[in-house]
Design a protein around this ligand. Structure first.
Ligand code: URA
Length: 236
């Protein structure tokens, strides 16, 4: 819907008067003054007139502790899906921001705000994602160095951003990557002759999986957690 129409629908001002209000800088959209009456708005954006909120951002943001064995999908004939862990009316509106494989566990973010969720996985934003990884074979000396240089992915014909590996035990590490490519962690370990046995996502940017959530449980993100993704800068 156009901004002038939205404001005249919500207030006593005519469309003509609304255009003047907008032109004179009295309307904020997402916290910024907007002078364009044709500006497209939806339910995901906060809109205020003379500092008074006409619409709050109507968006849902959840963190789910994904259990192993659940598919990051809306429905599936064979396997349980993460959406089955969310109650009905809410579930209909949500999508997943950065999938996890069926065999992986940990932080999964669900939202109905597509622009916001794109920032979670957009490679140019380089939002760090941290995983706890267990491997089949001991992690070699050169692994951290190879991951730091970036691993060439033949399917996408690109090199991953430099990743950080912190070794915790011979077959256990914490890995931070900056994209969210298909099977990325498994493919990176495969590239250095190893194999991932278990994978658990601990964090995405400043959003850390809440230790109070047991596998299968979820909670709403806090305002600060949501804002941390809005504030993440493009790094290239
Ligand atoms: N990388 C993978 O290989 N699997 C996941 O589930 C997430 C990242």
């Amino acid at each position: 819907m156009k901004l002038d129409r939205f404001i005249s629908n919500r207030t006593a001002h005519s469309r003509q008067a609304t255009r003047l209000l907008i032109a004179s800088g009295r309307v904020h959209v997402a916290g910024c003054i907007t002078h364009d009456p044709r500006h497209e708005v939806d339910q995901f954006v906060a809109i205020s007139l003379d500092g008074e909120l006409l619409q709050a951002r109507q968006a849902h943001f959840l963190m789910l502790h994904k259990p192993v064995g659940y598919l990051s999908a809306t429905s599936d004939p064979q396997h349980p899906t993460v959406m089955q862990l969310i109650p009905g009316p809410l579930r209909e509106q949500l999508h997943i921001g950065g999938r996890l494989d069926r065999s992986s566990s940990g932080l999964l973010i669900l939202t109905n705000d597509g622009l916001w969720s794109r920032r979670l996985t957009e490679p140019r934003i380089k939002l760090p994602k941290t995983y706890r990884v267990t491997t089949l074979r001991p992690i070699s000396q050169e692994t951290a160095e190879r991951f730091g240089e970036g691993i060439y992915m033949t399917t996408e014909q690109l090199t991953t951003s430099p990743a950080q590996l912190q070794q915790l035990a011979p077959c256990e590490a914490r890995l931070t990557i900056y994209e969210g490519r298909y099977h990325q962690v498994k493919r990176m370990f495969h590239a250095v002759g190893n194999q991932v046995v278990s994978l658990h996502r601990e964090s995405m940017g400043a959003i850390v999986l809440d230790p109070a959530l047991a596998a299968g449980e979820y909670r709403a993100l806090t305002t600060a957690e949501v804002a941390s993704v809005d504030q993440a800068q493009t790094n290239s």
